[in-house]
Design a protein around this ligand. Structure first.
Ligand SMILES: *Cc1c(COP(=O)(O)O)cnc(C)c1O
Length: 406
């Protein structure tokens, strides 16, 4: 059963799409594992992973199987009814984490929106109308809804959209004294990324997260970890909080949770969850059976000692070679991050030119990411084959050589 499609090309983008993205010149049409093919049949190695989404690469048999099986059973019933995949997925996430309750939605921004609304509602229910202040960090990223761009610490994403949402303070990341100075009994929540992803792959210091936990306890504020980018095995633990041993009150997950199928979750305790009583929050697609069936398969594959240990081994492999390349070509000064979320900090000579590195890599048949203008980011599949790592880094080295010799 093959359907005839009209031919489309990259140029169509500018004719039919809202111009809020600037996609690359080629169009990917097929993927398998860590390889992707474009319209012309050119093969690329994928170290971008759909921005830390394709956690098991492309067309992983377990995910294709779960999706296909569910597609033949039941696609959608709305939250007027519950469904089996959603309940099973909630059990799996709860069994694997601190959490006792799950709320499903469709994107990282929505999961954070739910977390922030829950925090404000808990503050309101417990302490009244004055406990609504949210503390976030400078350069943080929490999504693109109006609430989450205001909570995010990058004004370029919230400027020019009308009045800002009030009751939000931004403090420098990894600066415990700044957090201590800002927090008060009016604070309802502190929201942190355990590794700041979009703004340069900057891991939190252990003392910072521990200190934030203590300050939240002292002021009856909730600690929210935005694990949209760091979760689902990315750091070599199912969630990054497990690496640090600092337990949040609310955790958000998206990106890798669905391995490429849109789904997100807000996880929390029973005592907090009960504040979102019937009618206080919701979304039509949240907990959709197709999405939950895929996410179940993702967690089944990822939350195993073999895959998680493999992430750390692959990290070491990436890091050693990237440090070598960085030094040899004077391209970057530091390779940082955890597990398979890796950032290469460009040297002074290449500062602001992450896009040039992205383009040079693409010309060699390699997909990488930027994390701001000064950092080249890698977020490959957690099960990327060692042979693909070697081949991809060979391509990256060729790109670095050509770029620095040009
Ligand atoms: C990507 C990201 C988001 C937003 O997720 P969307 O699915 O794009 O809404 C939020 N927080 C962090 C840390 C992210 O990396």
């Amino acid at each position: 059963m093959s359907v005839e499609h009209a031919a489309v090309e990259r140029a169509d983008f500018d004719q039919v799409m809202v111009p809020n993205y600037a996609p690359a010149a080629f169009i990917p049409v097929r993927g398998a594992g860590s390889r992707v093919w474009d319209q012309s049949g050119r093969e690329l190695i994928d170290f971008a992973g759909g921005i830390a989404v394709n956690v098991l690469g492309h067309a992983h048999p377990a995910l294709v199987g779960a999706l296909t099986e569910q597609a033949n059973k039941l696609w959608h019933v709305s939250n007027v009814f519950t469904n089996e995949p959603a309940l099973r997925l909630a059990h799996k996430l709860i069994n694997a984490t601190f959490a006792e309750r799950a709320f499903f939605c469709n994107s990282g921004a929505e999961a954070n929106e739910a977390a922030l609304k829950l925090a404000r509602r808990v503050g309101f229910d417990r302490a009244g109308t004055e406990k609504y202040e949210i503390i976030a960090t400078v350069n943080s990223f929490h999504g693109r809804t109006l609430f989450t761009v205001n909570v995010g610490g990058q004004p370029k994403y919230s400027d020019g959209f009308g009045p800002k949402i009030t009751g939000i303070t931004h403090v420098p990341y990894n600066d415990l004294s700044a957090l201590k100075a800002a927090i008060s009994d009016k604070t309802c929540a502190v929201i942190l990324e355990p590794i700041q992803g979009e703004s340069g792959v900057i891991p939190a210091e252990l003392e910072y997260l521990q200190g934030a936990r203590d300050l939240c306890n002292a002021h009856n504020a909730l600690l929210i970890f935005d694990e949209v980018q760091t979760g689902m095995g990315r750091t070599g633990h199912l969630f990054a909080y497990q690496h640090y041993g600092v337990i949040p009150d609310i955790l958000t997950s998206a990106k890798s949770l669905g391995g490429g199928f849109p789904i997100a979750a807000m996880l929390t305790t029973e005592a907090l969850a009960k504040h979102l009583v019937v009618g206080t929050h919701g979304t039509t697609y949240g907990g959709n059976p197709l999405a939950c069936a895929v996410a179940e398969a993702v967690i089944d594959v990822i939350n195993t000692p073999e895959v998680l240990a493999g992430v750390n081994a692959k990290h070491d492999k990436f890091k050693a070679r990237l440090e070598q390349i960085g030094e040899k070509y004077g391209l970057f000064t530091q390779v940082r991050g955890m597990g398979l979320l890796i950032g290469c900090v460009l040297s002074d000579a290449w500062k602001g030119k992450a896009k040039d590195v992205f383009n040079a890599a693409e010309r060699e048949g390699l997909m990488v990411l930027q994390a701001g203008p000064d950092v080249v980011r890698f977020a490959p599949s957690l099960v990327v084959e060692d042979a693909d790592i070697d081949a991809g880094l060979d391509r990256f080295e060729r790109a670095a050589a050509k770029l620095t010799q040009a």
